[in-house]
Design a protein around this ligand. Structure first.
Ligand SMILES: Cc1cc2nc3c(=O)[nH]c(=O)nc-3n(C[C@H](O)[C@H](O)[C@H](O)COP(=O)(O)O)c2cc1C
Length: 185
């Protein structure tokens, strides 16, 4: 039987980007904290159009980083160095491309580029965006560099479209996070 607090000594970055599925990230954040992890939420500015930083601050008990001015270079470097795992859920096509092309500029991508922690990606986007050759190339490049991808799944999206592009459920992402951490230990 799995221990309720099996992530107690783990430091996890939770990146949230600007997709409708961002509302599910608060539930994921709560599950990580309930499992004992120390979680730093990193929201892109676009993510804040879908969910406010405040729920993450209340759940984690820690400041939420959104804008480059929220942390100086030393704090970003220290955060990146201390992580055991960086999860990005949901992951937009835009941030996927910026990660693949190593285009920093927001706190989340800067931390992702600076950390040596395993990267767990939960893409969420319209099926046409996920199937686009550029997106396929970007995802393949990140997987080649060691990232893990959970989902996307098939189903009805919040936009009303149906197909492959739905973000994995928080419990699936949590399960995959546990496996990533066990592999890295
Ligand atoms: C209502 C709405 C829903 C969106 N949902 C998604 C989505 O699920 N996936 C995606 O890749 N982009 C989505 N977008 C587009 C992103 O918000 C946009 O590309 C944004 O620049 C992403 O920025 P970020 O990657 O820095 O968070 C959506 C835009 C709007 C207006």
């Amino acid at each position: 039987m799995r221990q309720a607090h099996d992530l107690e000594d783990k430091r996890i970055g939770l990146g949230v980007t600007g997709g409708i599925a961002a509302y599910k990230s608060a539930a994921l954040c709560r599950s990580l904290v309930r499992a004992g992890a120390c979680v730093d939420a990193l929201l892109t500015p676009a993510a804040t159009r879908f969910i406010a930083p405040l729920p993450f601050q209340c759940i984690t008990g820690r400041p939420v980083l959104v804008h480059p001015a929220d942390a100086d270079a030393g704090e970003i470097a220290a955060l990146a160095a201390g992580l055991d795992l960086l999860i990005i859920a949901p992951l937009t096509a835009n941030t996927l491309a910026r990660l693949a092309l190593r285009l920093g500029g927001d706190v989340l991508v800067d931390v992702a580029l600076a950390t040596r922690a395993p990267l767990l990606l939960a893409p969420a986007m319209e099926p046409e965006m996920w199937q686009h050759p550029a997106t396929r190339r970007h995802a393949a490049g990140l997987l080649e560099r060691g990232a893990t991808c959970v989902g996307p799944g098939e189903g009805r999206l919040a936009s009303g479209a149906a197909g492959l592009g739905r973000m994995a459920e928080p419990h699936e992402i949590l399960d995959r996070a546990r496996r990533c951490l066990a592999r890295a230990a």
